[in-house]
Design a protein around this ligand. Sequence first.
Ligand code: UD1
Length: 434
Amino acid sequence: MDKLVVHGGPVLHGPIAVSGSKNTALPLMTAAILAPGITTISNIPELRDVHTFSNVLRVSGAYVDYDAEAHEITIDATRIGHPEAPYELVKQMRASFYMLGALVGRRGKARVSMPGGCAWGPRPVDLHLRGLEALGATIELDEGYVVASTPRGGLPGGTFRLEPSSVGATVNILLAAATAKGGSRIENAAMEPDVIVFGQMLQAMGAQIHGLGTTTIEVEGVRHLQPVEFANTPDRIELGTFMALAAMTGAPGVPFEIANTAPEHLGEAFIEAFKATGAGYEVRGTSVIVTPPETIRPVSIETGVYPGFPTDLQQQWTVLMTQADGPSTVTDHIYLDRFAHVPELNRMGVRAVVKGNVCHIDGGQRNSIQGAQVMSTDLRGSVALVMAGLVATGDTHVLRVYHLDRGYEALEDRLKACGAAITRDVYEENVVPV
Ligand code: UD1
């Protein structure tokens, strides 16, 4: 397996460039299934998830060609002969569940493995299923697979209220609704930029969608969608990650440029919290300029749906707050158990405890974090461990770095260019028999 060895201490400098969004790339790739013909999507990051998802599309009958250098994916969905997403692939990546809505939309039937839980507990899909039922699909469970079908003549369409608001369910329902016979309405729909960009691609394909970016989305079903050329948006979570990283590893007072960004997608809550730390934040064209402060002020945050503080950035925030000059808390309301990185940070001497869905972080840990061997448990948790390693004394070995590779393209190369001392090594995991 691969690990990253991070030698703590160097002061980092910009620029660093943001990749295309992972969380948008996968829904965009799914949308391509809806239109017979060749769809091309640019700014697709080279990530394990993109390769896995390409295989999901191939199983259904699509031809997929990914040009890693150009970051461009070509999907020929002329024939979708096998409306299925198997367990072997879905268990690797929950986004494969988007195939349910896409295959219902394209073929009127689908057989898609139920995803399991994940590192931070159960992640239900009941809203995806009830949403498709509300549109008129029949849903059955068969040996771990969701089997969906539409009435003869097509999916009627319908109204569904999401409670709570869900990014995943909004995407899945939109995929099915775009080519339904009638109109559909999603209430309490997700307003995340991920959903907006995805909806814009569907619109470019010919879908009739109104209300993107609001809590009520209305769709008038159309008979056919056209293949398109579409550009993916920059990754907002990577931007937030690099902002936190720049504030804690950059030289105080020296501007640190983060390039290729779409800062309008970050949401107010994150930007407000970031500014409250004392860090400078300035948008210059498509770059964000962060000026690290002399002293990082403690700022407590609570995650929420967009434009709230993203759940995908709370782990990085936890590490930033260890560097603040006072105590703070990080509360996750979206996923109550998403703190598997904290016990690993504790191994590095970080003083933070989790009570319920709240992580309490001691401030004033600027020179007290120590390098250690730590285990990645999930994507955002692993980048948090790398960040802690950058400010630790000595070496931090971040094991099971495949989690990180799911969401950050060549992170160590980009950080090295900023002055970090970081290498990738292969190691063998010793499993002690019990
Ligand atoms: C969530 C984040 C998303 C992030 C992703 C991966 C939000 C609103 N969404 O998306 O930004 O990129 O994690 O880290 O912050 N739920 C149900 N039933 C369902 C679907 C969802 O109860 O069928 C619940 C979830 O348990 C969760 C909430 O609704 O509490 C939000 O769900 P959703 O946005 O779909 O979660 P993800 O797609 O995992």
